[in-house]
Design a protein around this ligand. Sequence first.
Ligand code: ADP
Ligand code: MG
Length: 639
Amino acid sequence: VRECPVKAIKIINGQAEVLEERCIACGNCTRVCSQGAKVFLDTTSNMMRLLQSKQDVVAILAPSFVAEYPELDAPGKLVGALHQLGFARVYEVAFGADLVAAEYRKLILKNGEKGYISSDCPSIVGYIEKYVPELVDRLAPVVSPMVAMTRYLRLKHGDGFRIVFIGPCVAKKWENNEVDEHITFTELRELMLRLGIDPAVSEPADFHPPLGGKGAIFPISRGLLNSVNLPEEILEKKVVVAEGRVDFQEAIKEYLSGAIENTHLELLCCEGCIMGPGTSRNGKKYARRTRVMDYVYHKLENFNRDAWEIAMEEGESLDLSRSFRKNLQTLGDPSEGEVAEILRSMNKTSEKDQLNCGACGYDTCRNHAVAICKGLAETEMCLPYTIEKLHQSVEDLAESNEKLMSVKQVLKQTEKLAHMGQLSAGIAHELNNPLGVVIMYSNILLEEAGDNETLKEDLHLITEQAQRCKAIVGGLLNFARKNQVNYTEVELDELVRISLSSIVIPGNVKVSVINELRGGTAEMDQEQMVQVVTNLIKNAIEAMPLGGSIDVYLSGTEQSINIEIRDNGTGINETDLQKVFEPFFTTKGIGKGTGLGLATAYGVVKMHKGKITVDSNANPSNGPTYTRFTIELPRRRSK
Ligand code: ADP
Ligand code: MG
């Protein structure tokens, strides 16, 4: 994206796609992508088909070939190699450049006041047609050297042969269809390598006449206008030369603004054709430039001016004019609101959030946002935003991980309680009946004991202890949820009142009931729920030997009710907190606690399809100690 001068690269789902209608075929993307992900259209096989046909095929060779082939000690060796490949004749495009230079000279001398923009670079022509169509009539209406050469050959030799252009340019493949095929130097190199043709050891051959003159210099910057033979003063004062994707755009911008009025622009999209995308990579610009200059110098030293002038005269009858079309490709600018919205979505709400770091490929955050509006870019291309998003994801992940851990903990706990439930249900069931028998017979014996007081006392003890056992077994059955739930509509106020009335509340304990339900009712087994609330309040009292307060808090929604019982007693330490709902877990001395109070509460609440949870602080250094049990029940029984 950064390298494309016209932003013809669209990023979609992280993939770069070239938009043909916006592309000016500068070939820059094919050069800069180190992955080689972008390639230009390979036309070698088309050319090979031409060479294998019955017709003669001639090559017209761009003069930059001397820059591309530094390994050749004589330029004629490449001509020889081209004959080997099957070309009937090889011509120099340099002569076409001479013809074009003469046209430019006429044009500039005639219309000197009008500043022309050179039109020999097809990417520059594409740029102006697509992005600054208002300058189309400033483009010099002259064909390129390649086309001039083709027209000359057709004029001179007719139609009985095919013409292949070989040069450094990718955009030529799109430029014009008067030439039968176009291939680049890199394509030629690959092809010859494949066919085992090595120009370095080829028999040198001469170019076919007409030979080019000074025009051979046009592939370097200032080349075209230097070969035009303009008066010094025009060359010095009235020509601006700009090359490369940044500079040529700058020159056009200044030209448009009127800052460089009445000047001619010689513009090249690459840094001279010698650095074109169809040349080998890693070429040295100045070394290539020197080679072209040397070549032209030697050429002119042994120049047959007479033959050249005759050929130029022949060319005078040629029509070398061309026209251009406006083909606007600028996408409409989005509104300020749309741009601001996109910036906001990338967390850029203020000026200082816009770092303009350029990592996305656009100069500014704003330009990136505009491109997103136009559908050319994605928000993920913004590095700071993506990093921020990543951080957020890491945090989210850590959070869900933590949640998962605690759910796992709860699951483990629930599973353990379920196993215990099964075991205790079995024991309780087996013990329940024999205990009944023990109680019944000790009662019968008690009746038959008459006045025997000692016996009666012993029998009392047996009944009492057996009753206690039965209570424990009952608790176990409750925990194991083996009991029936007898649903009735229960007033919650009433529930709490009944529970409290069955407990002896010490004078130093204060109980307050806060009811946000205001007379709310719910469906439940009243007797069982009274037992739950009673157990919780008893525990709370037992946790406050020195007194304190208990808050009973009732709240709820349409669907559920909450009963919260909170005391400011000793609290439950963290290890015990895991175990309080287990049957027989107690911290109270032998004979004092059974460890069944909370197990029963747990079982009853589960039978009601509700939830009982506990939170507590037993460490005074973490703040006041407290314990809070929360019961959540559905308001209506599920059918
Ligand atoms: P028990 O009361 O017979 O010990 P429970 O099942 O009712 O059995 O309670 C289990 C244990 O949970 C208690 O021994 C006590 O350690 C702890 N516990 C329950 N409720 C509270 C509370 N409100 N404050 C402090 N500890 C409590
Ligand atoms: Mg208890």
